[in-house]
Write a protein of this length. Structure first.
Length: 290
C-alpha cells in the first residue's frame, strides 16, 4: 500500500503525529510518500527514519490513500494536490472545528486499524469549477468549499449580477457573494447565515455577504445548473477566492461557475455521521442553561 501524507507545518503537534504514523506503519507493507517541503522539515526537526520514504515532486504522484494532518484548510490544500486522481483522503484534525479533518488526534490508531480492515466508507464530495469570460486562468480552478467574490476596497459595496441557466436571478448590492458546495455549507457560507446542507445533497448555495437589502436571503439551486456572475465595483476590480486561493480580476471579467467533472473522495469511519459532527462541532442539542 502507498500512503501519501500532507501536513500543516505551522502546527506544533505535526511532528509527533508523523512519528506516530511511522511507528504504526513500520511493520506493515506500506510505502510512505511525503511532499518535498514536508520531507525536508521532518528531516531537519523529526526523529523518523526517512530512508524508505518517497518524495513527492509537484503533484506527480500516485497513492492508495492520502492522510491530511491539520485543519480543514490543510484538507482543502490536500484536495487541490490530489486533483482528479481519485485518491481517497482521510483528515486528521489538529485544528479547530474540523468538519473535513474529523479524526481527532486520540483516534488516529483506531481509525487506521479500521481502514486497514476495510471498515470505512467513501464519500464523494462535489467541487465547483470556475471559468472566466476573458480567458484569465487560475492555478487550480476548482473549489471543494466555495468560490467567493469579494470587494477590493474597504468602504463602498459592490454589485454582483447573478444568473442561473441564462436567467437573471438578482443583482446583489453587498460586500460580496459566496457560491458554496454542500461541503462548504459549514464553512464561510455558514458564517454569513447560509444553510447547513448534507454533503451528499446535489446543490449549490448562493449566500450574499453583508447585503444592503435585508430581505435578500441565501438561495439553494441544483448543482447541474450554470451560474454566471457579472461584477461592478468603484475600484473597477474585484477579488475572487477559490477555497482561499485569491486573485484580483478586472470588473469586465465575468465568471462562469459549474459543477466540476470529478469529485474528491473522503474516507469516513463507519461510526461517524455528518449529524454527529454537527453535534460535536456546533454543540447541537447541548443545553447550556444551569
Amino acid at each position: 500500500m502507498r500512503i501519501a501524507i500532507f501536513g500543516n507545518m505551522y502546527r506544533s503537534v505535526l511532528l509527533s503525529h508523523i512519528e506516530l504514523l511511522y511507528d504504526y506503519f513500520k511493520d506493515k507493507t506500506v510505502t510512505i510518500l511525503l511532499d518535498k517541503v514536508l520531507y525536508d522539515y521532518i528531516k531537519e526537526n523529526g526523529q523518523s527514519d526517512l530512508a524508505t520514504t518517497e518524495i513527492i515532486q509537484n503533484n506527480d504522484f500516485q497513492a492508495d490513500m492520502v492522510l491530511s494532518i491539520g485543519g480543514d484548510g490543510t484538507f482543502l490544500n490536500t484536495a487541490a494536490r490530489i486533483g482528479s486522481k481519485g485518491i481517497p483522503v482521510l483528515g486528521i484534525n489538529t485544528g479547530r472545528l474540523g468538519f473535513l479533518a474529523d479524526v481527532p488526534s486520540d483516534e488516529i490508531i483506531p481509525a487506521l486499524n479500521a481502514i486497514l480492515n476495510s471498515k470505512f466508507i467513501i464519500e464523494e464530495r462535489s467541487l465547483l469549477s470556475v471559468e472566466t469570460s476573458d480567458g484569465e486562468t487560475f492555478e487550480y480552478p476548482y473549489a471543494l468549499n466555495e468560490v467567493s467574490v469579494l470587494k477590493q476596497d474597504s468602504s463602498s459595496m459592490m454589485s454582483i449580477t447573478a444568473s442561473v441557466n441564462g436567467q437573471m436571478v438578482h443583482t446583489y448590492h453587498a460586500d460580496g457573494l459566496i457560491i458554496s458546495t454542500p461541503t462548504g455549507s459549514t464553512a464561510y457560507s455558514m458564517s454569513v447565515g447560509g444553510p447547513l446542507v448534507i454533503p451528499q445533497t446535489q446543490n449549490f448555495i448562493l449566500s450574499p455577504i453583508a447585503s444592503h437589502s435585508l430581505n435578500v436571503r441565501p438561495l439553494i439551486i441544483p448543482d447541474s445548473w450554470t451560474i454566471e456572475l457579472e461584477v461592478h465595483s468603484r475600484s473597477l476590480c474585484y477579488l475572487v477566492a477559490i477555497d482561499g486561493r485569491s486573485k484580483v480580476l478586472d470588473q469586465t471579467t465575468k465568471l462562469r461557475i459549474t459543477k466540476a467533472d470529478y469529485s474528491i473522495k473522503t474516507i469516513k469511519q463507519l461510526n461517524h455521521t455528518f449529524f454527529d459532527t454537527l453535534k460535536n462541532k456546533l454543540l447541537w442539542g447541548v443545553d447550556k442553561r444551569n
